[in-house]
Design a protein around this ligand. Structure first.
Ligand SMILES: NC(=O)c1ccc[n+]([C@@H]2O[C@H](COP(=O)([O-])OP(=O)(O)OC[C@H]3O[C@@H](n4cnc5c(N)ncnc54)[C@H](O)[C@@H]3O)[C@@H](O)[C@H]2O)c1
Length: 389
């Protein structure tokens, strides 16, 4: 159901927000004009949500693959389409913000170009495929003074934010051990194909180290970011084992087991498998073990189990996303969180308030994963200084 733009702005209190101070100057009462760069599978999920958000207007779409661009345009028929995002940035003076949803190796290039044009950016996770690329993004954000929000929408899942709150309130005492996993099926075979300019060979971008960076950057990084956020300590060492036990004809691994040691003494273990599409109810799990108890998400609630008794306490969690907003969304259950991410992006754009995920958080998450990647290739433990600061 499409909400009327004016009534939405009034009921959501955006007018009040605008009065409190604006980062978008004269744009406070008007919809935020977005350009989307990268209109593949994840781009369609964004666009399906944006269709139901009157506080945004998608005015431009850029993607070099005609079929993917055309499908993107079905969600935003009034947007002008471009095969080259650089032409779009050069030509358009009416864009308020850019959303980057390209394959991960291009996140830095596109984000830096947009920030250098003075445009705020919402960039999909992972921030980048190298620490150097992440640093370029942080520098460009600093120099331009514009917002850079890294899209870890999982932090906005009601259960995850409740867990963070309960950890901070000491509900399980001192966090001491943390574990998580993501046992899933293989990458989408319909993903965009990268063509090697030297050989002319085209390959699913998720199979190549150059374009994907690491399997954990693609999935697993959501949980790793959320757990980093809850643990709240610097990382000291990372070690990992992984390889290709099932999908052998690709560069990126199909399974990985990682151990992270934090300066606080907390240990985190995490596993990813791409050959377990039907792994059952515990296929995507997070568990925090503290000095006083254990915390896990369970069926949309947070379960707290005490160390000293059998008692289980369930903390109920409600989802603030209106049902009709995501009813027609493309893709997955992540869509409520993506909707919440756009609300947070809007708030930051209109008020100048810091977004829920900082560029530094985005960089910490990729650095953890890239150290795991380096460790599994070199078969040795990596310290935080084994990659650039
Ligand atoms: N937050 C999440 O939960 C989530 C979920 C899925 C994907 N993602 C991220 O979204 C990004 C895109 O993933 P996807 O599933 O849409 O991949 P995809 O392969 O389906 O689509 C990638 C799109 O990028 C386009 N592209 C390639 N080069 C480009 C360029 N130079 N300029 C503009 N567009 C270009 C391709 O033509 C294609 O349309 C990745 O970084 C991925 O990690 C995030």
């Amino acid at each position: 159901m499409q909400t009327n733009r004016r009534s939405f702005l009034q009921t959501a209190g955006v007018t009040a927000l605008a009065a409190a101070g604006s980062a978008l100057d004269a744009q406070t009462e008007k919809p935020i004009r977005l350009a989307i760069v990268g209109t593949g599978h994840r781009g369609w999920a964004h666009l399906a949500i944006l269709k139901n958000m009157p506080q945004y207007e998608v005015v431009a779409l850029a993607d070099p693959t005609p079929a993917f661009l055309d499908r993107g345009a079905t969600f935003a028929p009034d947007a002008k389409t471009y095969s080259d995002y650089r032409k779009m940035l050069a030509e358009r003076g009416d864009i308020d913000a850019v959303v980057v949803i390209t394959p991960s190796f291009l996140h830095s290039e596109v984000t830096v170009a947009a920030l250098n044009k003075g445009l705020p950016v919402l960039c999909e996770k992972p921030m980048a495929t190298t620490v150097e690329d992440a640093n370029k993004m942080i520098d460009a954000a600093r120099k331009s003074g514009k917002l850079l929000y890294i899209g870890f929408q999982k932090r906005l899942a009601p259960v995850t934010s409740k867990m963070k709150e309960l950890v901070a309130a000491g509900e399980i005492g001192q966090v001491a051990m943390v574990t998580g996993c993501n046992y899933r099926g293989d990458w989408n075979p319909e993903s965009w194909k990268y063509t090697d300019p030297k050989t002319g060979v085209s390959t699913n971008w998720r199979y190549l180290t150059y374009t994907e960076g690491s399997a954990l950057l693609e999935d697993g990084i959501h949980e790793l970011d959320a757990l980093n956020w809850m643990i709240g300590s610097k990382i000291a060492r990372v070690t990992a084992a992984g390889g290709n036990n099932v999908f052998k004809n690709r560069e990126t691994v199909d399974h990985v087991s990682t151990i992270v040691e934090y300066e606080s003494g907390v240990k985190l273990t995490f596993e990813l498998s791409l050959f377990a599409p039907h792994a059952g109810p515990n296929s995507r799990r997070m568990m925090l073990i503290g000095s006083e108890g254990v915390m896990t998400p369970e069926n949309g609630r947070v379960a707290l189990r005490s160390r000293t008794s059998n008692a289980v306490k369930y903390v109920e969690v409600s989802d603030p996303t209106p049902r009709d907003i995501t009813a027609n969304a493309v893709g997955s259950a992540m869509d409520n969180e993506t909707y919440q991410q756009y609300l947070a992006f809007e708030k930051s754009l209109r008020t100048g308030q810091a977004p829920p995920v900082s560029p530094e958080d985005g960089k910490t998450a990729i650095k953890l994963v890239l150290l795991a990647e380096k460790s599994l290739r070199a078969h040795r433990v990596m310290t935080w200084n084994d990659l650039p600061a």
